[in-house]
Design a protein around this ligand. Structure first.
Ligand SMILES: [Zn+2]
Length: 462
């Protein structure tokens, strides 16, 4: 392309990016975001305003230079600069509307404030923004991917944001939204480069040895003419299993058995086959449940699960029958009967132990432990049984408020042990009229109110 052609191309790109910016500016003008939005969204919007201003300066400068020069290398460089901006604004535009339309009133807000607080304990500048989605699942989207290059994030602020999405129908359901903590784990895994921490904790020679064995296996078995698929990348599978396991272990360490309960409750909606299924990005859910329980037992929680939620304990015990390895390994990719794969799988299992160790180390200062649960559980439980929000407690002449973790665990146990049924039997409401979810909603409100009170009292220094 000659200089004139490049200049035309540059003008066209500037126009495209400007149009994206105008759309974003219009959304900013609507000022929807000023009402009832979480603090993190407010910070995000401020950042975007700053970003738009900086970019406008860049464009004016780019246009000026492009008009004054005929140097093809300079014009080509300007064009690639504009591509970077286009890419960045395109992604921003994609998330922007979704983000500014969140209202505190339509999110499990106190829970999110509490999760952000946990995040900052481990990753000081980290911020999560939660939004609703129509898909019945939870997702993690790293906003820092938008920034990627320094040019798109000149003050390095966007790189600290992550977006997590929850299913819109569950926004009121505090027990489902406990799963957001797993998504938080993904964010931490990426930002603190946990993968490298795990790699440095395993024997490099052993790692190389397996890598070589797998590579050889793949070479000899998958290079035949009639297989057109790309050879499966076993190490990619291993790395994604690490990340998935880390996110689970992280959630367990932060919140205790409530994560197990939330995971089982949410996944039971899925078909049995889906729970057993292995995909290369995820170990099967059965495998994950087995691992989650393993870590809880290691941390001393077995008696709580066994005695306080016997039904869950029994259910989990029964799935031992499914602990058949074929549910846990990538049979669809490899034949499990092949020796190198069997060995590699055993090795993968061994490295997951390292993932647990790294998680334990990282969460040593914000781990929810059995001792705290035992101190606070009885009082919270007593409140719930009497239909009192567990934040209004006078205990031994003192005002007492339990930790969010104790409130979540005790309330979940109360729920699993038919606490809602007991509330119905205490009230005038007919049990047949449960469609209004009256007491389900109350339990959610009690939990969220108590967590909120706990957070407020902490700000007040009480
Ligand atoms: Zn995950």
């Amino acid at each position: 392309m000659d200089a004139d052609g490049l200049k035309q191309e540059i003008d066209r790109k500037i126009y495209e990016v400007k149009r994206l910016i105008t759309n974003i500016e219009e959304l900013l003008e609507e000022k929807k975001y000023e009402k009832y939005i979480p603090k993190e969204v407010k910070e995000f919007v401020l950042y975007i305003k700053e970003y738009v201003n900086i970019s406008n300066e860049h464009f004016n400068f780019t246009r000026q230079i492009s008009q004054e020069t005929f140097s093809i290398p300079v014009l080509t460089a300007l064009l690639s600069l504009l591509d970077t901006f286009k890419e960045g604004f395109f992604s921003l535009h994609h998330f922007f509307k979704e983000i500014i339309e969140i209202s505190i009133l339509e999110s499990p807000s106190p829970l999110l404030i509490y999760f952000n607080k946990i995040l900052r304990k481990i990753y000081r500048d980290g911020k999560i923004i939660a939004t609703k989605q129509s898909e019945y699942n939870f997702h993690f989207i790293p906003l820092y991917k938008i920034s990627g290059r320094p040019l798109l994030d000149p003050n390095r602020k966007l790189e600290h944001f992550a977006l997590i999405r929850y299913p819109f129908s569950e926004y009121k359901n505090v027990f489902s939204n406990i799963l957001l903590i797993h998504e938080l784990g993904h964010f931490i895994y990426k930002k603190l480069n946990i993968k490298n921490k795990i790699i440095s904790s395993i024997d490099p020679q052993e790692f190389d040895q397996y890598e070589q064995a797998i590579n050889e296996y793949v070479e000899t078995n998958y290079q035949s003419d009639y297989i057109i698929e790309t050879p499966p990348k076993m190490w990619e599978t291993i790395f994604s299993w690490w990340e998935e396991s880390f996110a689970d272990f992280f959630a367990v360490r932060i919140i205790g058995p409530a994560f197990l309960y939330a995971f089982i409750k949410f996944n039971l909606i899925l078909k049995d086959t889906e729970i057993k299924i292995f995909i290369s990005q995820h170990p099967s859910r059965y495998y994950r449940i087995t691992r989650i329980i393993g870590l809880l037992i290691k941390d001393g929680w077995e008696s709580v699960i066994k005695l306080k939620t016997p039904r869950i304990y029994k259910w989990a015990d029964d799935i031992d029958a499914f602990k058949n390895l074929s549910y846990n390994i990538p049979t669809s990719i490899f034949s499990f009967d092949e020796d190198p794969i069997r060995e590699c799988y055993k090795y993968l299992e061994k490295t997951i132990e390292k993932v647990a160790l790294v998680t334990e180390e990282l969460t040593a200062n914000c781990n929810y432990d059995l001792e705290t649960f035992e101190e606070e559980n009885d009082i919270v439980e007593e409140c719930l049984k009497k239909f009192i929000p567990p934040s209004e407690i006078f205990y031994k002449d003192n005002f007492f408020i339990a930790k969010p973790e104790s409130i979540l665990n005790t309330a979940f146990i109360f729920y699993l042990n038919d606490g809602i049924e007991q509330w119905y039997s205490m009230s005038d409401r007919s049990k047949d009229d449960k469609t209004d979810h009256f007491f389900d909603n109350r339990l959610n409100e009690f939990v969220l109110k108590s967590i909120e009170d706990n957070l407020i009292l902490e700000i007040w220094g009480k």
